[in-house]
Structure formats: C-alpha cells, structure tokens
Design a protein around this ligand. Sequence first.
Ligand code: URA
Length: 433
Amino acid sequence: MVPQWIIEKKRDGGQISEADIRELIDLYAKGEIPDYQMSAFLMAVYFKGMTFDEVTALTDAMMRSGDVLDFSSYGCLTADKHSTGGVGDKLSIPLAPLVAAVGVVVPMISGRGLGITGGTLDKLESIPGYNTQLTTEQFSEVLAKVGCSIIGQTARLAPADKKLYALRDVTGTVPSIPLISASIMSKKLAEGAAGLVLDVKCGRGAFMKNRDDARTLAKTMQAIGRGMGRNVVALLTNMDSPLGEKIGNTLEIEESIDVLKGKGPADICELTMALAVEMVLLAKLAETPEEARAKLEIALKSGAALNKFRDMVIAHGGDPRVIDDYSLMPQAPVKLDVCAAAAGYVETIDADAIGRMVLLLGGGRRQVTDSINYGVGVSNLIKLGAEVKPGDRLMTIHAASEPEANALIASACDAVKLSSTPISAPTLIYERI
Ligand code: URA
C-alpha cells in the first residue's frame, strides 16, 4: 500500500475500496503508518465524507483491530445504550441497574470526559474504590453475577479507535459524521450486545448542533449496526441545556442515585425511563412500551433497581455506603450561590458554557494526563421556564477555593438567559428512529 495514493484519492472525492480501508487501519494500528499521513487522510474524510460502504468497511476494520466480545449465550437479553455525549448526561449510571433489575443484561463500556462533556467513568470513580478497569474476564464475571457492569475501554477493545480518536481530538477532525459513526459503532459492535439504543444528542452542548446532522448520524449508525446483525434504535434528544440540576463528577453520582431512589429531576427521570423502555423492548422482555414501563416502574418503586446499583458498586470494589451517605464521596470545600440580577423566565441555559465552567473548576481535563477534582461542579441549576426574581438562586458553584468560585460568577450569570415573557418547557425527545 502507498498511503499517499489513498489520501489523494479521498482528497479528490474518490471512493476507497474495502481492502484499502482495511489495510490502512491495520497498518495504522500496528504503527506502520505515521500520524501525519493518517491525519491527512482524516482531514480528507472530514471534507469529502464517505459512502455508506466506506463507513461500514471502516467500522468493521476498527472493530476487528482488537477483541470482539461474544455474549451470544445470553440470546437477545443483552442490550446497551450509547450517548453521543452531553453536559450533565449521567443517564448510563441509573439506566444500567434499572434495566438489569428487570432482567436485561447490560455490558456497558463507557468513556472518560471529552472536552466539555463529562465521562461516565470519571463519575463512577468518584465512588471510593470503584474499579472501572476490569479485564474482559472480570467483566464477564460481574455480568453473570449482577446483570450489569460499566467499565472503561480495555486496550484490547477497538484499539484502532483509541489511537484514531486521540489523533482526531488534536487535528480538528472530531465532528465528522462518518468518523463519529465508525468510532462509536466499532466499540459498540466489539462489545457484543445484541441490542443497542443510541441517544443522539443535538444542540448547543452536543457535537451535532442541528437536528438534520443528528438524524443523519443516527441513521448512519443504525444502518451500520443493522448491517452487522444488531438491533439498533435511536432517540434524538435535546442538548441545548444541561441535563438535571447537578453537573460534576460526585454531584452527578448523587443525582443518579436520587433517580434510583425515585426522587431525581424530571428531565433525567423521563429520559432514563424512555431509554430503559427501548432496552427492555430490544431484549424482548416486554411486548409493548406500556408493559416495559410498568415493569421498570415496579423495579424503581420496589428498590430492586437501587439494589442492582449497590450490587454493581460492590462487584467493582466500590464503597456501597455512598448510597446512603453522599459525603463519603469527594466534596468541594467552597459552595457559592449565584443569584439573578433581574426578574424574568429562564429562556436558555447554555450547556456549552456550563460544561466549560465545570472544566475550569477542575471537573474535566485540559490535557489527557490531567487529574480530575471529583468534588467540584455546579448544583441547584435552575430549570428552563422557571420564573425568577432578583436575588433568586440560579445555581451553586462547588469549587476548590473562593477565588476559583468567584472567577466564574460572571460566566454563570451569562449562561442563564432570561425572557420577559413566560417560556414553555422544552421538548426533551425530538424523535425516535
Ligand atoms: N464518541 C466517540 O466514541 N467517538 C466519537 O467520534 C465521538 C463521540
């Protein structure tokens, strides 16, 4: 293979053959194609796109760059959910134990924070002792014992994606529909769940800023999955404003546990339930959405879902006492309320701005090697449509020090836009695909 000929073909809008894509990925994963040539190829894809056959070949090559897990012994019972990432999106944490409590087996491989979007693994690591780095064998053992397990991508799972993702992150080639589709689906297909629910986020706090792009991304991923024999359903959901009232690692674990205790914020509860219904249907544990919802509600009310979460935490070496005592997780020493200067109705809460605030407080990474401050973030976030008077609280900043909290007051105020007329509640789920 002569890599520059492949790059030139894509640069000029040509179609790359399946064999060439496979060889390109194989050689790159082995370190035999340098980053500078792969960067040029990625940029050519960014500008020229890919045909569906090319994206399928790319996904397949990336999936086969490592282990492909096999949970076929569970039949159709395995189902997973993947979100394209958003601010305050902690849904995986209550969702996995909730659906496991009704019999779905959930092998979930999650990521760390990316840019302004928090990562499920970082959040789970706020629980003292929780080990996200299980081997494939330990992962299978937890699944057999508990029914759900959330771990990080192992070195053996889609390693080509790990390398390509890191390169895309620093070469301006992340927001490309073929590249995102292949990246997500290569991992999800390697992970071996029979059913997959995609939560494709769209809006200010998401990679896809408009609904048309989000729909194209959802349909591309669905077609790849179906072509490889998986059942895939996608929900297009709103990511203009952060989800829930708490953003930050410990804070989002608190809110996830609240959902399992039946007292989470309405948007998080509604979205968790909608995704859970889809997973139960994919696992064929209910025939209608109403039947699935009824089973899930029983699991919540009876405490079965919370018990599953407890079992998962214990199986991962975590301290289950956090469920009853949130102060056992890292907490920020400074809490500062930010209040409204004027009266009005909350029209928008800029998810992107809130995500940046949490990152600046130390809740996310500026560089891959940065460590996280688990306790920092934002709580008591006002909801869209709420009526506020001057002096009413808009949010509470949790910071490591007073200067760090004070430095973000202006950004916090700017993030919340007020309208003089009442605002109706936003649509949370745009469509099902
Ligand atoms: N999440 C992924 O795993 N990959 C992408 O490319 C974007 C979001």
